[in-house]
Design a protein around this ligand. Structure first.
Ligand code: DGJ
Length: 733
C-alpha cells in the first residue's frame, strides 16, 4: 500500500495490492479525478485524461483552452457555478448571497495510519501500518475558507475512506448549504445503480436499475437513516453478478438524514455523490469554526457483488465494530417481546427464564414495559425508573434470579424518546424536538428528545447509567421507534434551526460513546422498530442490530439476504418466533424458522412456556447445534448462492477462514408437485480438499461441490429447508 505524489505532474496515486485511486491538481488548481478501480502500476501518464475537447454550447474554464470544459472533466470535489452544471459536492452561501466558490489546491500531507473523526463514527486502524492517509487542503481566497479532503487507503482491503472538513478562517459568516462527503465521477459507460430499499417489516430489498440521463436519488428525510433507504449504494456494470464483473460500493457511516445521488449527464458520464442530506439542512459557520462531514467507505470489486460484500463484512466486523464483543461469540438469547408484549410481571418473566435455561439459552432480555407506568405504548418514555407494580422486587432481584439459573440478563431501553404522558415531559416539555407555535406530530404516541441539548444528553447518560449500575445487566437493546417531524429545537437560534438533525445525531453519538465506554462489558444491540437504523454509524457503537421486526422465516430470507449486501452476520439479530407469525400470520415449521435464524445471531422471541415437550426438545437441540456453528456464522465468509428475490428458492453458505468448515442453507418457499431436481453449486471452498457432510457421512471433493454441486433432496411442503454441514475430511491411513 502506498500514497505517492508526483510533484511534476501534480498527481496523487493511492494504491494497494488490489486497487488504485488517482487524483490530479488541474490547470485551474482545482482537484480533478483520474481513476478509481483495479490496480494500475504507474499513474504518472494518466494526466492525459484530465482534459476534454471543444464542445458546442459549452463554457470553458480557461480562456486559452476551449477544451477545458469542467462539465466534461472528472472532478474530485466539484462546485457549482463555473460551467459544470452537474450537481456539486458542496454549496456555500457567502454573506453577499453568492454561492460561487473556487477551492484551489493549497497543500497536502501523507501519513501512516488513520485519524479519528471528531465526534463522528468512522472506520479505524489498530496499527499505523494497516493504512495510509492523505489530507489535501484546498483554499478559497474570496471566502477565506479551507477545505481538507481526507483519504485513507487500507493495506488489506480494496477500500478507501473519504471525508471533508471545512474551516472558516475569514471574518464573514458562511452558510454551508450542502456539504457532502464525497463525489466520484465516472467516464461514459453503462452503469446500474443497486440500492437497499424497503419499509418497516421488509427492510433492505435489493433493487437494481440502469442509469439513464438524469438524476437518481436515494435518501432519508426521516431523521434517522430509515427503513425505507439504507445509506448504501453501488454502481455496477450491466453484466455484474454475484461472482463476476465490477462493483463500486458506497457506504455512509452516518445515522441521520442522508443522500446518495447518481447523475448521468448528456455525455453519459456518471457522478456519484453521498453525504448528509442537503434537504432541510444548513450549517452556519462563523469565524474560526469548522465542520466535519461523515465518512464514506468506497469499496471496489472486480469479482462481483459477493466480493464487495466480503470486503464490507471483514472491515465492518473488525475495524468498525468495537469493544469486547467485536471478536467474541454472541450469546443465544430469548426476548420476551412477542411472548408477552406489555403483559408481564416478575413471576411470568421468571417462568419464561426457567424454561429458557432448561434449553440452554444463555441470555434473557426483558423488552419494553418494565419502567414508569408503561402498560401499553401510550406513556412513560423518559421515566427510566422501574415499574413497581409489575416488578415489585426490582430489576436487581430479577437479574439475580436469572443469573442463578445460569443465564445473563439484558434490558430494553428507548432513551431518545419522551412520551407526552410522562413525568419527564410534565417537568421538561421544552426538551422535546419541536417548532415554536406548531403542533408536534405524534408517532406511536411519542415525541423525540432534543439530543442537540447538552442537558438532555446528560439526563440520558445519567438515567441509563444508573439503571445499568444497579442491576447485573449484560446486554442492552437500544431502541428508537419513530421518524422525526417538526425538526426544531427551542434552544437553537433561528439561523441554526436547520442544523437540528445533524446536531441531534452528534448528541446521540456523544451519548453512545459515553455509555458504551462506561460499560465495556455490556453487549449493546441497536434497534429502530427493527431495522430502521441499520447503518454503519450505529455499528460503530453497538456491534449488532435487530435486523427487522418481521420475524417470519420466509420474509427473513429476503431481509437477511439483502442486509448481507453490506453488513456481516455478526451484526444481524435473528429470532425464532411463534406461529402464526405476528407480522404476516404465516405458519412455518420450527425447523424452517431455526434454519433461517441460525444464519444470523440466534435468539428466540416467543413465550417459551407455551411450547409442548417435543418443541422444547427441538429447541434445546437447536440451541446446542447453534453453539457448535456460531463461530462459523458470526465470523465466517458469507456466500449468497440463490436469491429469494429471483425465485421460489434461496440459498446461502458460510465458509470458515481456513476453508475447513462449511454451513449451507437451502430454502423452498412454496412446494410444487413432481418438482424439477435442484442442484446447488457451492463457492469459496478449497478445490483440492475433501469434505465430509456430517449428517450423511458422504465425502465430496471441494472441486466437486463447486463445479457439480450438491443435489437438493425433494423438499416436501411449503416453507421447507435443508441445511448441510461439511468438515474437512482427511482419510485415515
Ligand atoms: C420495536 C422493536 O423493534 C421491538 O423489537 C420491540 O422492542 C418494540 N419496539 C418494543 O416497544
Amino acid at each position: 500500500m502506498s500514497i505517492k505524489y508526483d510533484q511534476k505532474k501534480k498527481i496523487f496515486h493511492l494504491k494497494n495490492k488490489e486497487i488504485s485511486y488517482v487524483i490530479k491538481v488541474l490547470k485551474n488548481e482545482q482537484l480533478g479525478h483520474l481513476y478509481w478501480g483495479k490496480k494500475i502500476e504507474k499513474a504518472e501518464r494518466m494526466d492525459r485524461y484530465s482534459s476534454s475537447q471543444l464542445r458546442p454550447y459549452e463554457a470553458y474554464a480557461d480562456e486559452d483552452d476551449t477544451g477545458f470544459i469542467l462539465e466534461n472533466i472528472a472532478r474530485e470535489y466539484p462546485s457549482f457555478g463555473q460551467s459544470d452544471f452537474r450537481e456539486p459536492a458542496y454549496q456555500i452561501e457567502a454573506e453577499n448571497g453568492s454561492i460561487i466558490s473556487d477551492l484551489k489546491y493549497q497543500e497536502h500531507q501523507i501519513y501512516a495510519g488513520k485519524k479519528k473523526l471528531n465526534g463522528l463514527p468512522a472506520v479505524y486502524v489498530e496499527q499505523k501500518e494497516e493504512a495510509e492517509s492523505l489530507d489535501i487542503t484546498l483554499y478559497d481566497e474570496a471566502l477565506d475558507l479551507e477545505v481538507t479532503l481526507t483519504y485513507t487507503i487500507f493495506r488489506d482491503y480494496p477500500i478507501i475512506t473519504r471525508s471533508a472538513h471545512f474551516n472558516n478562517k475569514g471574518e464573514q459568516k458562511i452558510n454551508l448549504k450542502k456539504v457532502l462527503s464525497i463525489s466520484v465521477d465516472f467516464e461514459n459507460r453503462d452503469l446500474e445503480l443497486l440500492q437497499l430499499s424497503g419499509a418497516w417489516g421488509r427492510e433492505r430489498d435489493i433493487i437494481r436499475r440502469p442509469l439513464e440521463q438524469g438524476i437518481t436519488i436515494i435518501d432519508s428525510k426521516r431523521g434517522g437513516s430509515s427503513h425505507q433507504q439504507n445509506p448504501f449504494a453501488a454502481l455496477v456494470e450491466p453484466e455484474t453478478d454475484e461472482y463476476s464483473g465490477e462493483a463500486y460500493g458506497f457506504s455512509l457511516v452516518y445515522s441521520a438524514n442522508f443522500i446518495a445521488q447518481a447523475e448521468r449527464n448528456h455525455y453519459g458520464k456518471t457522478r456519484m455523490t453521498m453525504g448528509i442530506n442537503p434537504f432541510n439542512f444548513n450549517w452556519l459557520l462563523e469565524k474560526g469554526q469548522s465542520f466535519q462531514t461523515p465518512e464514506v467507505v468506497l469499496n471496489y470489486s472486480d469479482q462481483g457483488l459477493n466480493k464487495m460484500s466480503h470486503n464490507y463484512h471483514q472491515l465492518y466486523r473488525s475495524r468498525l465494530a468495537r469493544g469486547k464483543y467485536r471478536d467474541q461469540e454472541r450469546p443465544v438469547l430469548i426476548n420476551n417481546w412477542e411472548g408477552t408484549y406489555f403483559d408481564f410481571d416478575t413471576d411470568k418473566i421468571l417462568k419464561m427464564a426457567e424454561a429458557a435455561a432448561e434449553v440452554d439459552i444463555e441470555l434473557f432480555v426483558l423488552d419494553d414495559g418494565w419502567f414508569g407506568e408503561r402498560n401499553d405504548d401510550t406513556s412513560s418514555l423518559g421515566d427510566w425508573y422501574v415499574n413497581e407494580d409489575k416488578l415489585p422486587e426490582g430489576l436487581g432481584y430479577l437479574a439475580e434470579e436469572i443469573n442463578k439459573l445460569g443465564m445473563d440478563f439484558g434490558l430494553w431501553f428507548e432513551p431518545e424518546m419522551i412520551s407526552p404522558d410522562s413525568d419527564l415531559y410534565r417537568e421538561h416539555p421544552e426538551w422535546a424536538i419541536q417548532v415554536e407555535d406548531r403542533q408536534s406530530t405524534l408517532s406511536r404516541q411519542q415525541l423525540i428528545l432534543d439530543l442537540s441539548r447538552r442537558k438532555v444528553q446528560e439526563y440520558i447518560i445519567e438515567r441509563v447509567s444508573t439503571i445499568l449500575t444497579k442491576a447485573n445487566i449484560s446486554y442492552v437493546k437500544w431502541d428508537m421507534n419513530r421518524p422525526m417531524t417538526e425538526f426544531g429545537s427551542l434552544e437553537l437560534e433561528a439561523d441554526h434551526q436547520r442544523e437540528l438533525n445533524h446536531r441531534y445525531v452528534l448528541g446521540l453519538y456523544r451519548v453512545l460513546e459515553e455509555i458504551t465506554s462506561r460499560f465495556p462489558e455490556i453487549l449493546f444491540e441497536s434497534c429502530a422498530g427493527g431495522g430502521g437504523r441499520f447503518d454503519p454509524g450505529m455499528l460503530y457503537y453497538m456491534p449488532q442490530t435487530w435486523t427487522s421486526d418481521d420475524t417470519d422465516a420466509v420474509e427473513r430470507l429476503k431481509i437477511q439476504y439483502g442486509t448481507s449486501m453490506v453488513y456481516p452476520a455478526s451484526a444481524m439479530g435473528a429470532h425464532v418466533s411463534a406461529v402464526p407469525n405476528h407480522q404476516v400470520e404465516r405458519s412455518t415449521s420450527l425447523k424452517m424458522r431455526y434454519d433461517v435464524a441460525s444464519f444470523g445471531n440466534l435468539g428466540y422471541e416467543l413465550d417459551i412456556t407455551e411450547l409442548n415437550k417435543e418443541e422444547i426438545k427441538a429447541v434445546k437441540r437447536q440451541v446446542n447445534n447453534y453453539k457448535e456453528i456460531r463461530s462459523l456464522v458470526q465470523f465466517g465468509d458469507f456466500y449468497r448462492l440463490k436469491s429469494p428475490f429471483e425465485s421460489n428458492f434461496a440459498a446461502w453458505s458460510y465458509v470458515g477462514e481456513d476453508k475447513e468448515e462449511i454451513l449451507v442453507g437451502f430454502y423452498q418457499v412454496l412446494a410444487s408437485p413432481n418438482p424439477r431436481e435442484q442442484k446447488l453449486r457451492l463457492k469459496g471452498l478449497d478445490a483440492d480438499q475433501e469434505y465430509k457432510e456430517l449428517e450423511s457421512g458422504e465425502i465430496y471433493g471441494g472441486d466437486e461441490l463447486m463445479n457439480y454441486g450438491i443435489k437438493v433432496p425433494h423438499l416436501k411442503g411449503d416453507f421447507s429447508s435443508v441445511v448441510w454441514r461439511f468438515k474437512k475430511y482427511i482419510p485415515s491411513k
